[in-house]
Design a protein around this ligand. Structure first.
Ligand code: MG
Ligand code: MG
Length: 278
């Protein structure tokens, strides 16, 4: 069963989404050479407190921090630590969420630490981010869940291959329904798997987190001894981008984007729903 939200509930999720956007802005500024991933976690905790929001990451399945900090070959679920120091040339994916009055937001982005990154890393992040937008653009009435998966995968496969061979679309993790909990049905694959069928119809009131994870090599991952940190099995670096999106009677609204996704979805000829908080 997919949870269907009322417009009032979506407005609450928009509030949570804007807190997530604020965490992104603050952590992006703090992700500089010499900072530790623990510093980034402190920044995030402060932003949550300033907005009177709660963390949906802290304590989730025992997770010990407010954000996930996943550097270089770490795909997702990296644990902030004062022992992990950001260095010039690193890439780091920061994933975080917020709860307002019981309603959740969840989003992630990849940042470049310092400068002088190899073109293939810049392209990796671009391809991952754009594949997320392709997936977000497929969140419309008349479509089914599989159309989102198909949009993400086909965007990635249409891009020129990296010098390392082929982009690895991570299969062990994916997007999800979101609302009164962070992780809800349905699971949102970042590729098409025929035996899963076409999935439910996309209807107003549905909210999803769409989050491709792409590596410069393998789609396969391992979990480290800490039971959280997910790395690529071949050590290639990876990128992770995520937004939470609502489908409303007036169209989609990207809950965790400042502008509701207006500018990016316009590139797809899509008009976003009015911001309920504007
Ligand atoms: Mg997330
Ligand atoms: Mg998520």
């Amino acid at each position: 069963m997919v949870e269907i939200k009322t417009p009032e509930q979506i407005a609450k999720m928009r509030e949570a989404g804007l807190v997530v956007a604020a965490i992104h802005e603050a952590t992006r500024e703090a992700a500089v050479p010499g900072a530790t991933t623990k510093d980034l976690d402190d920044v995030a905790r402060k932003v949550l407190a300033e907005h009177g929001a709660k963390s949906n990451f802290l304590g989730y399945g025992g997770f010990p921090a407010t954000i996930c900090t996943s550097k270089n070959e770490v795909v997702v679920h990296g644990i902030p630590s004062e022992d992990v120091v950001l260095e010039n040339g690193d890439i780091i994916s920061i994933d975080c969420g917020a709860i307002i009055d019981g309603w959740h937001g969840d989003a992630a982005y990849t940042a470049f630490v310092g400068s002088g990154h190899a073109p293939e890393l810049i392209e990796l992040s671009r391809v991952t981010e754009e594949s997320m937008w392709a997936g977000l653009a497929a969140m419309k009435q008349g479509n089914r869940l599989v159309d989102i998966s198909k949009a993400v995968e086909s965007y990635i496969r249409r891009q020129p291959r990296p010098a390392t061979g082929k982009y690895g679309i991570v299969e062990d993790y994916g997007g999800h329904g979101i609302g009164s909990q962070m992780h809800m049905d349905p699971h949102v694959l970042n590729y098409v798997e025929r035996r899963r069928g076409r999935g439910p119809k996309l209807v107003p009131g549905m909210c999803l987190a769409i989050e491709p994870m792409v590596s410069l090599g393998t789609p396969r991952t391992n979990v480290l001894e800490d039971d959280w940190t997910v790395v690529t099995t071949d050590g290639t670096w990876s990128s992770h981008w995520e937004h939470s999106i609502a489908l409303t009677e007036q169209g989609p609204l990207v809950l965790t984007a400042r502008d509701g996704g207006k500018a990016k979805l316009a590139e797809y000829g899509i008009t976003t729903a009015p911001d309920p908080l504007a």
